[in-house]
Write a protein of this length. Structure first.
Length: 494
């Protein structure tokens, strides 16, 4: 690997056309993790041409052979897991244990999607006519653009790249600049696993220029995007005239409901993990707690107590529970939201400020923050903050809790703590999020099940599981008439 982290186009590691670079920074220390090529639209165009050229060869390679490359990539990721996790913690900030989980998710997805090389099932069905055969098969789409955020630097790229490849598509991949070094490791892995040139191409650079140029390229038939709702909405508007396929995974405002019959200690475990894990920078983070009035005081006491014990610091330190947030802009955004919460009349129970203790001076740390007295109308209870901040809303019934949960713009994840099976099943039916957890927090998706959200979180697609196959392929329905005569569907009735 060279000193500058390069683009990867047509099987070659190459600098940006104009030679420009940018630095990727460790959010815990301010140190430079790596210097990265800053691409131009002409680099993007070259990557898309390479992907288009590689498509025919790749789609005609038998799927089980394509899958063997994914299996090898999974093995390489296992071998490099610790090294990649450490790099991820340095570049993105999440604590090492979580970074290992991020790499593990990529490993799981490699093996799961490699299995699809021998499945990718279609259907065979009876025909309504004699001597006629009917079936459906999955066909690859062509060149896929994969645009990814920084909060899961390997898992989210794996969620896009592995299914796209196993189904016979070629890919141009633009990771977030915040985690460009870690995110490019999936490309190194697939290269080492034997992926042919042009099948996967990497272009680094800012979303506003490089991401936009990539999405608009004529060769690109599908844009698979994970990031903010703001950018997803812009892409939708931008790409409408081209009628491009667009699969969007966007923001969240997820809630944990705690009913009056809940195991409160279990609920506190789930809230602390879901609200403050990854410093609250998960799309599924619990940024709202909806609690039944009867258990409000006891839950709050336990929750504040546990939250105050969390240790902030560099995620490489095994004693640290909560790492930094990604950058200064995010730190300032979180603090702005906390001020808004105070102005709106919510009360800070703990946290509420930039953390300044020893060892935190050079990084971007925010104290885990709990608001009480929030109402559903407040901005802190409606808008995505993407930091270690959660707002407690008090309700008087299951019905009110469900209405509050469902009454936001987003619809990614929700959770309910109750010991009553009737209330649990009612909630499972009535909560209008893409993910629902019973007696567990809002985070912790598994890769073999559909992942995604409703309303402003998504546009109806799901990643992961077999649902991902529908995003990265299209159905072709085939009829074979071996009767040797004209047969007319719906007209020949017997
Ligand atoms: P972001 O929208 O700023 O950026 C995401 C990616 O899009 C980056 O690679 C960025 O460079 C690129 N981009 C930015 N502007 C672009 C444009 N105009 N055209 C094309 N590409 C562009 O998001 P982020 O800050 O990297 O990530 C945080 C957001 O991601 C949060 O809103 C979070 O909820 C969301 N997220 C959602 C999921 C999910 O599955 N629903 C998962 C993780 C993160």
């Amino acid at each position: 690997m060279s000193a500058v982290h390069l683009n990867y186009i047509d099987g070659q590691w190459c600098p940006a056309e104009n030679g420009e670079t940018f630095d990727s920074i460790d959010p815990a220390t301010g140190d430079i993790v790596g210097t990265v090529a800053r691409s131009t639209p002409s680099d993007v165009a070259a990557a898309c041409r390479a992907a288009a050229r590689a498509f025919d060869r790749w789609r005609l390679m038998p799927a089980p052979r394509r899958a063997e490359i994914l299996f090898r990539a999974g093995e390489i990721l296992i071998r490099r897991k610790e090294e990649l996790a450490r790099l991820m913690t340095r570049e993105m900030g999440k604590v090492l244990q979580e970074a290992r989980g991020d790499v593990q998710e990529a490993i799981d997805m490699a093996f799961y999607m490699a299995g699809e090389g021998r499945r990718s099932f279609g259907q065979t069905t009876p025909s309504e006519l004699p001597d006629k055969f009917a079936m459906s098969v999955r066909a690859p789409l062509g060149v896929v653009a994969a645009i990814t955020p920084w909060n899961f630097p390997l898992a989210i790229p794996a969620w896009k790249i592995f299914p796209a490849l196993v189904l016979g598509n070629t890919v141009v991949y633009k990771p977030s600049s915040e985690t460009a070094v870690t995110s490019s490791m999936i490309v190194h892995t697939l290269e080492e696993a034997g992926l042919p040139p042009g099948v996967l191409n990497l272009v680094h650079g800012p979303g506003a220029s490089v991401g936009t140029a990539l999405a608009r390229q004529d060769e690109v038939v599908l844009v698979s995007f994970t990031g903010s709702t703001e950018v997803g909405r812009q892409l939708t508007i931008d790409l409408a005239p081209q009628m491009k396929r667009l699969s969007l995974e966007m923001g969240g405002k997820n809630a944990i409901i705690v009913l009056d019959d809940a195991d409160l200690d279990l609920a506190v475990d789930g809230i602390v993990w879901s609200a403050f894990g990854t410093s609250g920078q998960r799309c599924t983070a619990a940024s709202r707690v909806i609690v039944h009035r009867r258990v409000h005081d006891e839950l709050i006491r336990k929750l504040v107590d546990r939250t105050r014990q969390l240790r902030l610091g560099n995620g490489l330190d095994p004693d640290v529970d909560v790492g930094p947030v990604i950058n200064r802009a995010q730190l300032e955004k979180i603090d702005r939201y906390v001020r808004i919460g105070v102005q709106e009349g919510a009360q800070i129970l703990t946290g509420g400020r930039v953390a300044t203790g020893r060892g935190l001076e050079r990084g971007f740390f925010y104290e885990p923050t709990i608001f009480d007295g929030a109402t559903p109308a407040m901005r802190i209870a409606r808008e995505e903050i993407f930091g270690p901040v959660t707002a407690v809303i008090t309700v008087d019934s299951l019905e009110e809790a469900i209405a509050v949960n469902n009454g936001v713009e987003y619809g990614l994840s929700s959770a309910i703590y109750t010991r009553d099976v009737n209330r649990a099943f009612t909630a499972m039916r009535e909560l209008t999020t893409g993910l629902v957890y019973v007696n567990a927090g809002t985070i912790g998706a598994e890769i073999h099940l559909p992942f995604g959200g409703t309303r402003a979180t998504g546009n109806g697609h799901r990643e992961a599981g077999t649902a991902a196959l529908d995003v990265f392929s299209e159905w072709k329905t085939i009829f074979v008439d071996y009767s040797g005569r004209l047969q007319r569907a719906q007209i020949e009735l017997g």
